[in-house]
Write a protein that binds this ligand. Structure first.
Ligand code: ATP
Ligand code: MG
Length: 158
């Protein structure tokens, strides 16, 4: 399905903003012009849900979660940052592995299975994009992913 990425993403963020119970501030930075992406909306919703719920799960009280979309090197890049505890450098790549969780003790109290990011990676790869993480241990985490885009929706067929 061809969707306007900004509309799709904002709708997901709105849903989290309305239902979140934590005291966390959301910040959005979206491009002015529309970017269209050909995506499986159910699967991409799962990707966003996991990344955003991770960000909320690890956010401190009063922390900020920021959402940014921009065009980088011919791809649409999405960036989701939090101000949580972060991830040690040596574990950064492993968080995309199945069942991997950074710290067993901390993860047990947080709940979850450790599948979210592995599934996200699979979905992003199938869509022709890439996903990776950056983190300042103790200061926060940023998840990046890219997707191919088009600048019009090919509407002549509708
Ligand atoms: P699930 O998503 O299946 O409910 P999960 O959230 O533990 O479980 P993933 O989403 O795959 O699993 O994340 C893997 C691990 O990466 C997490 O257990 C956590 O240790 C670490 N992690 C992911 N996102 C963050 C984040 N924003 N801040 C700190 N650690 C994170
Ligand atoms: Mg998760």
């Amino acid at each position: 399905e061809m969707v306007d990425f900004k509309v799709f993403f904002n709708r997901i963020i709105d849903r989290f903003e309305m239902s979140k119970s934590q005291n966390v501030i959301f910040e959005r930075d979206m491009p002015k012009s529309p970017y269209f992406v050909e995506i499986d909306t159910d699967k991409m919703t799962q990707v966003f849900d996991n990344i955003i719920s991770n960000a909320l799960k690890y956010s401190p009280d009063g922390g900020k979660v920021s959402f940014q979309v921009s065009e980088v090197d011919g791809l649409l890049q999405t960036k989701i940052s939090d101000q949580g505890m972060g991830i040690p450098k040596e574990n950064l790549d492993k968080i995309f592995d199945r069942f991997y969780r950074v710290d067993r003790a901390r993860s047990r109290e947080m709940g979850g299975t450790g599948l979210g990011l592995a599934i996200s990676k699979e979905v992003i790869n199938v869509h022709g994009g890439a996903i990776w993480a950056e983190s300042d241990y103790g200061k926060g985490t940023t998840i990046f992913f890219t997707l191919p885009f088009e600048t019009d929706d090919g509407g002549e067929w509708e």
